[in-house]
Structures are given as C-alpha cells and as structure tokens.
Design a protein around this ligand. Structure first.
Ligand code: RTP
Ligand code: MG
Length: 150
C-alpha cells in the first residue's frame, strides 16, 4: 500500500533556523514522495483545529503561541508506512527522549521548540491534510517507486 500519506510540518523554530531543507532531505533520502508543500503563517483558528485534541490541556495556550510565532512549512508525504516512519524519523515529543539520528534528537532541546510536527495516525494524517491543504494534493507517477519498493 503506497498511497498512505502523512502531514509533516516544519514549525516556526525549524523555519527560522533554516532546517526546512534538512527535513525535506531526510524524507526524500528515505524514499518517500513529496505530494504537496507550502509556507504559510497560520492563524489561531487553524492552529486550534490542528491541535484540537489538546484543547483544555495546560500547555495548549503555549503551543498556539509557538505555532503563531512565525511561518511554518506544511508538507504532504506519501509512501508505505509513512505515518509510522514519519514519527520514528521525528523522534519523541521531548527531544531529550529522542535518539540521535532523529530530527528532534539531532536538532531540538525543549518539547515546546521541537522543530517539526508529524501526524500520529492515518486518520489524523487525512484530517490534517484536509485542514492544511483544503485545495487537495495530487499524486503523480514516479519511476523510482519501482526501485524503492519490492
Ligand atoms: P506534534 O503533534 O507537534 O507532532 O507533537 P507530538 O505528537 O509529538 O506531541 P503532542 O502530544 O501531540 O503535543 C503537541 C505539541 O505540543 C507541545 N507540547 N508541549 N508538556 C509540554 O510542555 C508539552 N507537551 C506537548 C510540543 O510542541 C508538542 O510537539
Ligand atoms: Mg501530536
């Protein structure tokens, strides 16, 4: 099943630190296919919808302020197991608990500045893609798929 998609988003600290290319490179090198990418300044309504599972938690106002603090780069990546792989490649929420070699393990220090977001399930991914890419994203043929997948 290679149609699985995930929503990966470089957060404002990752954009400000010039880590967009590094994060794209890791997903490209792994073999995943980029279906959509955009830079945007999210508003409070969009961030609240994105993190709706966390509404009411003590850290909720902090996340909203963090994501509002600058532009983000939202991406849709496709591939076999891309949701789970994406989470592995990101590391844990807390960079301190993230292995070296993961994005947060290599580039983050605080949970509240953890550089990147990744969908936590296929259902979340589809919800987030619809939210951030309401215009939709299109698949396209890629000869490389015949080499990457058995
Ligand atoms: P994300 O949704 O951004 O990919 O992160 P995640 O799944 O690893 O973690 P989640 O539990 O969904 O939390 C969302 C974001 O909120 C911030 N956070 N701060 N205790 C705290 O201070 C705390 N807990 C979470 C982090 O930026 C986390 O990525
Ligand atoms: Mg999450």
């Amino acid at each position: 099943m290679t149609t699985e998609r995930t929503y990966i988003m470089v957060k404002p600290d990752g954009v400000a630190r010039g880590l967009v290319g590094e994060i794209i490179k890791r997903f490209e090198n792994k073999g995943f296919k980029l279906l959509g990418i955009k830079m945007l300044q999210a508003d409070e309504q969009l961030i609240t919808k994105h993190y709706e599972e966390h509404i009411g938690k003590p850290f909720f106002p902090k996340i909203v302020k963090y994501i509002l603090s600058g532009p983000v780069v939202g991406m849709v990546w496709q591939g076999k197991g891309v949701v789970a792989y994406g989470r592995v490649m990101l590391g844990k929420t807390d960079p301190l608990k993230s292995e070296p070699g993961t994005i947060r393990g290599d580039f983050g220090i605080d949970s509240g500045r953890n550089v990147v977001h990744g969908s936590d399930s296929v259902a979340s991914a589809e919800r987030e893609i619809n939210l951030w890419f309401p215009e939709g994203v299109k698949d396209y043929p890629r000869a490389l798929d015949n080499i990457i997948y058995e």
